[in-house]
Design a protein around this ligand. Structure first.
Ligand SMILES: Nc1ncnc2c1ncn2[C@@H]1O[C@H](COP(=O)(O)OP(=O)(O)OP(=O)(O)O)[C@@H](O)[C@H]1O
Ligand SMILES: Cc1ncc(COP(=O)(O)O)c(N)n1
Length: 314
């Protein structure tokens, strides 16, 4: 059988747990041929992000052209795109080369709170990236940023998915890793307050004014649930919450696994189920590295098999 080719357009994580490194490890584990276009280099370890160095737009364009003119990928994933200029360039190349299976992980803020996407670029994510995406995979704070609404309960969660679908994403997966946090104090609202860009403040504040009443069902605590919406149906993927601080790169790994499965021909529902089992196993067997938030074990799904009860859709 022909080997499926997959491209990740994302930032490099020197610590190896997230970004390009997590994506390529995941692609390898799921038997697809991984390729990369690097948007920014981060100096990062389990303790935090110590530096962010954007790659020139010329260098980013040259990487995407090199792949587009020779190694046509079956599916593409975007991760940390850093700013509006790099988002616009990425969208232009996706259109030029007709890459039409596109998984967008709208990476904005690292687990440690450091900004990985300039706030002024949120407008470009909404207006340019979402309309060309097959699937968008925000975590809860990112879903709040993109929709402008607070997500306090399961009713809000579904409402946010509907809004993201209306904004142009064909499928929406809102991940629940952050559902055990204090929703009032999410990094989304805190980050808006601290930004120096008035354009970003105006844009995000306007979006946050569309608030909803807190009258829905409560969030989940013992389970981690990811919610998929296709414009008609909701599907929940549920697995036991693993109580660990080693969750660095879980979002990158999940979306990379989905991309790999789509490239091999799976449908979105099936691909998300496999990816959820992949990340569950990777978290359960996290190698306990570093002094801070360590990485997961990307080889765990192959070495130990899918974790029981992971990836169950209902
Ligand atoms: N403690 C946990 N136990 C089990 N599954 C988890 C846990 N934390 C996250 N997950 C799973 O990991 C995936 C990523 O979820 P999360 O909401 O943490 O995304 P994220 O914040 O984008 O990740 P990151 O920013 O670390 O890359 C989801 O499939 C989620 O269900
Ligand atoms: C280059 C890069 N891309 C993505 C993330 C998000 O991962 P996390 O939220 O676990 O820090 C990251 N830290 N670094």
């Amino acid at each position: 059988m022909k080997l499926a080719k997959v491209l990740t357009i994302a930032g490099s994580d020197s610590g190896g747990g997230a970004g390009i490194q997590a994506d390529l490890k995941t692609f390898q584990e799921l038997n697809v041929f991984g390729m990369s276009a690097i948007t920014a280099v981060t100096a990062q370890n389990t303790v935090g992000v110590h530096g962010v160095f954007p790659v020139s737009t010329e260098a980013l364009e040259a990487q995407m052209d090199a792949i587009g003119t020779d190694l046509a990928p079956q599916a593409v994933k975007t991760g940390m795109l850093y700013d509006a200029e790099r988002i616009q360039l990425t969208v232009a190349k996706i259109r030029q080369y007709r890459w039409n299976l596109v998984v967008v992980d709208p990476v904005m803020i690292a687990k440690g709170g450091q900004t990985l996407l300039e706030l002024a670029a949120i407008r470009a994510v909404v207006e340019e990236l979402l309309p060309i995406s097959t699937l968008v995979t925000p975590n809860l704070p990112e879903a709040e940023f993109l929709t402008g609404m607070k997500i306090r309960n399961r009713k809000d969660w579904r409402e946010a998915a509907i809004r993201l679908h209306e904004m142009g994403a064909r499928y929406v997966l809102i991940k629940g890793g952050h559902a055990d946090e204090d929703v009032e104090g999410t990094s989304a609202t805190e980050a808006v307050k601290s930004t120096e860009s008035t354009d970003a403040q105006e844009f995000v504040n306007k979006r946050f004014s569309a608030d909803t009443e807190d009258d829905g069902e409560r969030m989940y605590t013992n389970q981690v649930v990811d919610l998929l919406y296709d414009g008609v149906c909701f599907v929940e993927y549920s697995g036991p919450r693993i109580h660990t601080k080693h969750t660095h790169g879980t979002g990158c790994t999940l979306s990379a696994a989905i991309t790999a499965e789509l490239a091999k021909g799976a449908g979105v529902r099936e691909a998300v189920g496999t990816a959820k089992a992949f990340i569950q196993a990777a978290l359960e067997h996290a190698p306990q590295l570093g002094a801070g938030h360590g990485p997961t074990l990307h080889a765990a799904y192959r070495l130990h098999g899918p974790a029981p009860a992971a990836g169950a859709a209902r």
